[in-house]
Design a protein around this ligand. Structure first.
Ligand code: NAG
Ligand code: NAG
Length: 497
C-alpha cells in the first residue's frame, strides 16, 4: 500500500466568460426516520368548482361553502361538530372541497354522495429541480441579449408575479433584493406570514410568503415545531426554484469558486411570492396534497400570474391528483402553471405532472462540466468534482481500497461503499480512500472518509452506473470516476499491495 501513490487535483472547464451559474442545490434526502405511533388517515374530498350565484359577496360565498362542507361530512359522521373538528382545510374560493382526517370506511362512504367528484388520500410528494438560461440561448456568451430572445420580448418578466409552491424561501438571499423594483401593485392581495419568524421580511421583489402545513401536520406523527410554521426555507430547494424562475441578477456568484458569474432567474424583473407547502420528509415525502391544494387556492386568490411547482409524485387519475386539480382551477383563472417533469428516468412512466393544462418542463444535460483528475501509475484519469477543498496537484498520497480498510468486526462490503463508521482510522489516516458508488448518498461517503481521518476520496462507479459521473460538493477533496477507470485503479492498487 505504501508504495502506491495517487493525487487528486481539480480544474474547471468553463465556457468563455461571463459564465452564468444557477447553483444547483442537490437535495439528498435522508432515509426516512422510523415512525412510531399511528397517524389517523386524512383525505381530500373534491367537489369541483363553486356554483356561481349573483348578488352574493365573496365572503358570504366562502362562508356558505364552508358550511356545506360541514353538512356533507357531518352527514357521513352523523355529527356536524365532529365534522367541524375533522376538517382542517375548506377550499372555498376557486377549488371546492375540503381536507379532513377520517377513517377509510368514512372516505368510501362520502365518495357515494351526489356532487362528490373524488375522494383521495392526502398523499405525500417529493421535491424536484430545474436549471439555466445561457444554454437555452436567451443570451449569448458575451452577455448580449439577442433581439429575438424571450428575455427581450418578455421584458425580463416585468409586471409579472410568479408564485412558487415549494419548501419556502430564504428571504435574505440576494436573488430577492428589491433593487430598483417599483412599488407593489395595488391589486396584490398576498401577505408576508411571519408571526413565528419576525426576521422574515418581504419587500417589493419578494412580495408575499405564506405557509400551509395542516396536511403535513395530519400526516406527521410528531407535533410541529416553529421552524415548520414559517415560509422560511429549511433545505434550499424552494429558494433555488424560486430564484431560478424569478431571481434578480446576482453578480459574483459561484459554488466554491466553480462556475463564477452572474446568477439570475428566467424572469429577473418579475415579482415573486413563496407558498411553502413542503417540509421535512415523512416517509420520504415532503409535500402533502392537502397543503398543495391550499397553496394553489391562496396563489389564485392573491392575484399571481404564473405558478411554478417543482413537486411531483406517482401519476394518478387527474381527479385524485392535487397538482392536476389545483392547476386546473389556476388555469381557469388565467394563470399559467409550470411544473417539473421529475428527476427520474430515463425509464417509461417516470414523468410527473402530466395533466395537459400544465406546462411541464423536463431537465436536460448541460454544456458545462466540473472536471477533476485522479493521477496514478503515471496516468491522469478525468472525473468530476465540486469539492470545496482539493489535494494540490504535486503532492502524492498513499491510496487504499476501502474494502481493505474495514474496521475489525465490520463487513468489507460495508467498508467498500464507505458506510459511516465502517472504515478503520488506523488504515485510512492520511490516505486517499477508494469507495464504490451505491447504498448511501455519495457525499455521505466523503463524511465517512473524513470521520476516519482520510486525506481524500475517489468514488468509483459500479458496473451498472458505468460512465454516469456527478460533480458533488464533498467535504473531503474528492473525485468521481467511471467504472472502467475505477477497475484500472483497483488493479493498480492490487499490484502494489
Ligand atoms: C410510512 O410508510 C409505512 C410503510 O409503507 C406505512 O405503514 C406508514 O403508514 C407510513 N406513515 C405515514 C405517516 O405515512
Ligand atoms: C501501469 O502502467 C503501465 C504503463 O502504462 C502498464 O503497463 C501497467 O499495466 C499499469 N499497471 C496497472 C496495474 O494497471
Amino acid at each position: 500500500m505504501e508504495s502506491s501513490n495517487c493525487a487528486a487535483s481539480r480544474s474547471m472547464r468553463s465556457n468563455s466568460a461571463p459564465a452564468f451559474l444557477l447553483v444547483l442545490l442537490c437535495l439528498l434526502l435522508q432515509s426516512p426516520s422510523a415512525l412510531a405511533g399511528s397517524v389517523k388517515p386524512s383525505y381530500i374530498v373534491y367537489l369541483g368548482g363553486h356554483p356561481r350565484r349573483a348578488g352574493v359577496s365573496p365572503a358570504e360565498a366562502s362562508l356558505s361553502a364552508t358550511e356545506s362542507h360541514y353538512d356533507l361530512l357531518g352527514a357521513v359522521l352523523g355529527d356536524r361538530e365532529k365534522a367541524r373538528e375533522a376538517i382542517f382545510y375548506s377550499y372555498t374560493t376557486s377549488i371546492n372541497g375540503f381536507a379532513a382526517s377520517m377513517e377509510p370506511a368514512e372516505a368510501a362512504e362520502i365518495a357515494k354522495y351526489p356532487g362528490v367528484l373524488s375522494v383521495f388520500p392526502n398523499r405525500g410528494r417529493k421535491l424536484q429541480t430545474t436549471r439555466s438560461w445561457q444554454f437555452m440561448g436567451m443570451e449569448r456568451n458575451s452577455g448580449e441579449v439577442p433581439r429575438w430572445s424571450a428575455w427581450d420580448v418578455g421584458r425580463y418578466g416585468e409586471d409579472t408575479i410568479i408564485a412558487n409552491l415549494d419548501s419556502g424561501v430564504w428571504p435574505e438571499s440576494r436573488s430577492f433584493d428589491e433593487g430598483e423594483m417599483g412599488p407593489i401593485p395595488d391589486d396584490w392581495k398576498g401577505i408576508c406570514q411571519n408571526e413565528h419568524d419576525r426576521k422574515f421580511q418581504c419587500n417589493s421583489k419578494l412580495i408575499g410568503a405564506r405557509y400551509f402545513n395542516k396536511g403535513y401536520a395530519a400526516a406527521s406523527p410528531a407535533p410541529l415545531d416553529t421552524a415548520l410554521m414559517t415560509p422560511r426555507d429549511e433545505n434550499g430547494h424552494g429558494t433555488h426554484t424560486l430564484a431560478t424562475a424569478g431571481g434578480a441578477a446576482v453578480r459574483g456568484a459561484s459554488a466554491f469558486g466553480y462556475g463564477a458569474g452572474t446568477a439570475r432567474g428566467g424572469s429577473p424583473r418579475a415579482r415573486v411570492a413563496a407558498y411553502r407547502v413542503c417540509f421535512r420528509p415523512i416517509n420520504g415525502s415532503e409535500c402533502f396534497d392537502a397543503d398543495v391544494l391550499a397553496g394553489f387556492e391562496a396563489a389564485i386568490r392573491d392575484g399571481v400570474h404564473v405558478i411554478s411547482a417543482s413537486v411531483g409524485g406517482d401519476a394518478f387519475d387527474y381527479l385524485e391528483d392535487a397538482v392536476a386539480i389545483g392547476s386546473l382551477h389556476a388555469v381557469k383563472a388565467r394563470i399559467t402553471v409550470v411544473c417539473s417533469a421529475s428527476n427520474s428516468g430515463p425509464d417509461p412512466g417516470t414523468v410527473t405532472n402530466v395533466a395537459p393544462w400544465i406546462l411541464t418542463v423536463a431537465a436536460s444535460s448541460m454544456d458545462r462540466e466540473f472536471t477533476a483528475y485522479a493521477v496514478f501509475n503515471h496516468t491522469r484519469v478525468e472525473g468530476r468534482s465540486l469539492s470545496e477543498r482539493w489535494l494540490h496537484g504535486k503532492g502524492f498520497y498513499p491510496i487504499i481500497n476501502a474494502a481493505d480498510a474495514a474496521l475489525p468486526g465490520t463487513k468489507p462490503s460495508d467498508a467498500q461503499v464507505c458506510l459511516m463508521g465502517s472504515l478503520d482510522p488506523a488504515k485510512v489516516k492520511g490516505s486517499i480512500v477508494v469507495c464504490v458508488r451505491g447504498a448511501i448518498p455519495r457525499v455521505e461517503k466523503g463524511e465517512a472518509v473524513r470521520h476516519a481521518g482520510g486525506a481524500g476520496m475517489i468514488v468509483i462507479n459500479d458496473e451498472v452506473s458505468g460512465n454516469d459521473l456527478h460533480a458533488d460538493q464533498h467535504i473531503v477533496p474528492a473525485v468521481h470516476i467511471s467504472y472502467a477507470e475505477g477497475q484500472k485503479l483497483l488493479a493498480y492498487i492490487n499490484t502494489t499491495k
